[in-house]
Design a protein around this ligand. Sequence first.
Ligand code: UN1
Length: 501
Amino acid sequence: MQTTEILAALDLTAAARAEGPDVLAVRSPIDGADIGRVAVTPAAEMPAVIARAQAAFRAWRQVPAPRRGELVRLLGEELRAAKAALGALVTLEAGKIASEGLGEVQEMIDICDFAVGLSRQLYGLTIASERPGHRMMESWHPMGPCAVITAFNFPVAVWSWNAALALVCGDPVIWKPSEKTPLTALATMNILARALARFGDAPEGLCQLVVGGPDLGAALVTSREVPIVSATGSTRMGRIVGPKVAERFGRSILELGGNNAMIVAPSADLDMAVRAIVFSAVGTAGQRCTSLRRLIAHNSIRAELTERLVKAYASLPIGDPRATTTLVGPLIDHAARDRMLAALEQAKAEGGTVHGGRTVGQGVPQGGAYVEPALAEMPAQSAIVREETFAPILYVMGYDSLDEAIALQNDVPQGLSSCIFTLNLREAETFLSAVGSDCGIANVNIGPSGAEIGGAFGGEKETGGGRESGSDAWKAYMRRATNTVNYSAALPLAQGVKFDF
Ligand code: UN1
């Protein structure tokens, strides 16, 4: 599909032609082409945006949760209908290869399905009371407006994980997407508008989009009228957002940096490991928060594995992500490429041997930042290995004992995703145990990226501790009330306290 066709299919033709002083120019990472100009939300409008969300909250919290689920069901239907166009726009605006662009939309559809079921399952517990004629229970109630701040690399799916849950939980949503990807956000709002029209009577201001820079984010982060702030991005961003939300006793859901490792044990199925490594280190051009960044290979198989990877890397088709044969598309911009090259220089200075990692100029669209994915054999887990560089760099290190491998895996500031390839049950279970991986995601015989939506998604340490998506992540979008009901004719006190008068 051509750019104009994609924009037309998503009702974006007019929105992508904004004029005036306050517009954001959107460039495709494929070739740097100007693909649209969108209007920026003035910071002065933020109080009105937040007030609209509060007004919507007062109505939406009274709508029965299964009816709220109906809106999300309709959103899932509209996303199915728009999948091809929205996937193509993700490719155009974020540079993902076509199948990953479509996969991102599928992830949105999946979370909608999950949330529809959830809308009839917002369960609380009943708890045995120590007092006769008493019953205790927990009720879950809507919490209020939820701000969703998203990054360029999953420009629409991350919104959907948050929005689908927030909506069934009774919370309005205010979305601030990355300044690099406003068109996919506008397209998503148009798709949502179709669902809202079919739904009929949702309150105005239930889902809002604000386009612009950090001043808009700051308005959301500091407002007491926005009880939940879900932010995805760098640890640097999280260090700003987290304390600001905490200062006003708001709730933050932070999904920050990852520095994800794979341990490859001597018993591993190396054919499978190679496939998993290449997808998770190179897929999305290494720009997932779950991308594989560190390979910890047993010294008995390290040389063989590295050799196979060097060969596999050399055969990867790099180029226009719209071509069906391409596996490695562009980085988001030239600054990302410069950071990658600088990291590789540092790796060499720290004793590393680098394979690949050069800028690609031939056979790729001009104007994009195309690179060969890099492997860097490292003598130790040096400073650069402990940093997250958002690019396809895989650092390779060796180990002798599993304890040593787990210690290396855990000895980084980040704690998002991790995995082990082994056919040894003891090793696998140790890795998953309390003395194993310290990450929010720990896998056996699959890579660290490409998680399904059914599990809770997020990580520990500098990853921020938030959980989104499946399992009971919905609880972060609701407030819990503990209720004690006395159906007796007496008033006994707990803990045996006497207070007779
Ligand atoms: C992200 O990179 O911000 O597990 C999210 C994965 C995807 C989500 C990544 N389902 O790789």
